[in-house]
Design a binder for this molecule. Structure first.
Ligand code: ATP
Length: 231
């Protein structure tokens, strides 16, 4: 089982957001997309999710297109965070979990597991608007993994988090990976990708500048040369 992008291109008018991107992401691996603003990371994710149609090329998962029927196997933390501010965290997660077809008991169990793990069990009864942006991000992460997806797509999951929360989230993501989840995430920062991923793609203006196994890339290019436009 693997995720494969074959010559995927996306144009918006004159802008080529993603330009002939070909790569494979093996099952159970963590894959990092690194690149500056506008490099094409979010557009790539939206095509993987089936939210955007490629202008040309194909996205395949286990040799088939990702259809609506498969979308429940995917979890997504979008770059734009969006929760209902007036809902309590518990209500918010029940609402989002039900959209995924989960029953209330399963949602509550998963929510409690994750809130404990993030050391904030009391957040269940807080309204979303009472939480900091970083904490809202953790809630949105929980929403993305409630249904235990096979493929998890995280758009800039560490941005806006303080170092303690970055560590908590990294540990959580690594555990999911060790349990077999395929994870794709984007970052502006080489250190996150380097620490978590065996495979990466560095994008620049829609093009994959370099991609493959981190170990091989380091061997070929040397570490310094592959840090491009990192914040
Ligand atoms: P960021 O880190 O800022 O999210 P990114 O690497 O995710 O950057 P994208 O959001 O994929 O980059 O954007 C790639 C390019 O495509 C940019 O030039 C952007 O302005 C353009 N673009 C993205 N979505 C659209 C759209 N819906 N319509 C027009 N242009 C778009």
């Amino acid at each position: 089982m693997s995720l494969r992008l074959e010559q995927v291109t996306k144009r918006f008018g004159n802008v080529t957001a993603v330009d002939h991107l070909t790569l494979s992401i093996p099952e159970g691996e963590m894959f990092g997309f690194l690149g500056a603003n506008g490099a094409g990371k979010t557009t790539t994710f939206r095509m993987i999710l089936g939210l955007l149609e490629p202008t040309s090329g194909a996205v395949q998962w286990n040799d088939e297109a990702i259809t609506y029927a498969k979308s429940h196997l995917i979890g997504y933390l979008p770059e734009e965070r969006g929760l209902y501010p007036k809902l309590k965290v518990r209500e918010q997660l029940i609402y989002l979990g039900r959209l995924r077809g989960l029953d209330k008991q399963t949602i509550i169990q998963e929510m409690e597991k994750w809130l404990d793990r993030f050391k904030v069990p009391e957040y269940a009864e807080k309204r979303v608007e009472e939480l900091s942006k970083g904490n809202q991000q953790k809630i949105q992460f929980i929403a993305a993994v409630l249904h235990q997806p096979k493929l998890l797509i995280l758009d800039e999951p560490f941005s806006g988090l303080d170092p303690v929360n970055v560590e908590l989230l990294k540990e959580a993501v690594l555990d999911l990976k060790n349990n077999g989840t395929t994870i794709v995430f984007s970052s502006h920062r080489m250190e996150h990708v380097e620490e978590l991923c065996e495979y990466l793609c560095i994008m620049h203006r829609g093009k994959p500048v370099v991609h493959g196994a981190l170990r091989e890339i380091k061997r070929s290019f040397g570490k310094k040369n592959i840090i491009i436009h990192a914040d």
